[in-house]
Design a protein around this ligand. Structure first.
Ligand SMILES: Cc1ncc(COP(=O)(O)O)c(C=O)c1O
Length: 375
């Protein structure tokens, strides 16, 4: 089966000389503690409608690539919100409001985080204001309005929407619930990451003592990747080979690992992988990722649509999987790594490998999904 297009311009970078690398579990869990991780699971698992999302075997893909197993965590089934982000923002809303219904929460978002905050606010009967950039589709904006949020569109990119959110929230005394950390704003983003670690707890319960050898993590600001690494530190007594994948137009984790400090990317072209199109790694995940990542992949949008189609028509698994734009790069990275014999050997991807991929979203933008899989 030829999967990737001819001349696919992906890039693998190995940082075998990453001086910060230690995978020191204690250090990792000092940024996102065991207690924070356990609290998140015990709270979220009691929410109405909670159920672990499926861990699907991509059995046809593992056969094709000569691997033992490929697990795909299918977040398209996460509550009704269709992405792992449902675990983070909504949990942070609960933590910061502590039962006070008079608090108004606000956030800036590319879509999925805001939907989670809006949903979390509605669950608790709290008012919610969402700031989106002009690049966020109307369908995504509408989804948040349908959850009862006031949605404000801001001219410019995500950063502009965040600046406006901070400005208006300061003026009006709204509580910002952001998934990105900055100096003096660390606790709330840490709650969102604690929420994401629920995925890892479920995966551990679902794999029945099988040993994951590799894990591929999509990164935008790095919240999900950092949370999953913290989940590894919390739940596993071994460390899988960990790869971080980003759009080539916004590879902020890669650039930061390269220099050992946070580097800001000037995004010249917004990627189709919208949730991952971020110019700067967030502070809390950075503390975790800088000492735990040695392998980075950056890739263009080229094969996103085709990969979504192949997941959707059961080419990789027995069942059809609805996978959004941000779910595809994990699958593409694995295929690309296996197609390059040198890299395959370097990463020790072989018949014994059990690879974990994160299907971080479903058709969170239905119109876009239809358009892409019908291309
Ligand atoms: C579906 C999806 N996947 C991945 C990401 C990237 O997550 P993070 O910004 O925490 O790295 C996002 C961010 O919005 C997302 O919505």
């Amino acid at each position: 089966m030829t999967i990737l297009s001819n001349g696919h311009q992906w890039k693998y970078t190995e940082f075998s000389d990453n001086k910060n690398y230690s995978f020191d579990k204690k250090k990792i869990l000092s940024s996102l503690s065991e207690k924070e991780i356990d609290d998140a699971y015990s709270t979220i698992s009691k929410w109405e409608g909670y159920a672990p999302t499926p861990l699907i075997s991509l059995n046809k893909l593992s056969k094709e690539l000569n691997l033992n197993k490929v697990f795909y965590k299918d977040e398209s089934k996460r509550f009704d919100l269709k992405s792992f982000k449902a675990l983070g923002g909504a949990y942070a809303v609960e933590k910061v409001t502590k039962g006070n219904k008079d608090i108004i929460v606000a956030t800036a978002t590319a879509g999925n985080h805001g939907r989670s905050v809006a949903w979390g606010a509605r669950r608790l009967g709290i008012k919610c204001i969402i700031f989106i950039s002009e690049f966020v589709s109307d369908a995504r904006g509408q989804a948040m309005a349908d959850l009862g949020a006031d949605v404000i569109k801001v001219k410019g990119n995500y950063e502009k929407s965040l600046i406006e959110c901070i400005k208006q929230s300061t003026e009006n005394n709204w509580q910002i619930v952001q998934d990105v950390a900055w100096k003096d704003y660390m606790q709330v983003p840490t709650y969102t990451m604690a929420g994401y670690t629920v995925m890892m707890k479920e995966i551990i319960d679902q794999i029945n003592n099988e040993k994951i050898t590799h894990i591929i993590l999509q990164a935008g600001v790095g919240g999900m990747a950092g949370a999953m690494v913290a989940g590894i530190a919390r739940y596993l007594d071994y460390v899988p080979v960990t790869l971080v994948v980003e759009p080539d137009s916004a590879a902020c984790v890669l650039e930061s690992i390269k220099t050992g400090k946070i580097e800001k990317i000037n995004i010249k072209r917004e990627s189709l992988m919208g949730g991952m199109s971020c110019g700067e790694v967030s502070l809390v995940p950075w503390k975790i990722l800088k000492s735990s990542v040695k392998h980075c992949i950056s890739l263009p949008d080229d094969d996103i649509a085709n990969t979504m189609k192949l997941l959707g028509n059961s080419s990789f698994s027995d069942e059809k999987i609805i996978a959004g734009e941000n779910s595809a790069p994990g699958v593409i990275s694995l295929i690309a790594s296996c197609e390059d014999q040198n890299i395959k050997e370097k990463l020790k991807l072989d018949i014994k490998s059990k690879v974990l991929l994160i299907g971080c979203e479903g058709d969170t933008d239905k119109e876009m999904y239809k358009k892409l899989i019908n291309q």
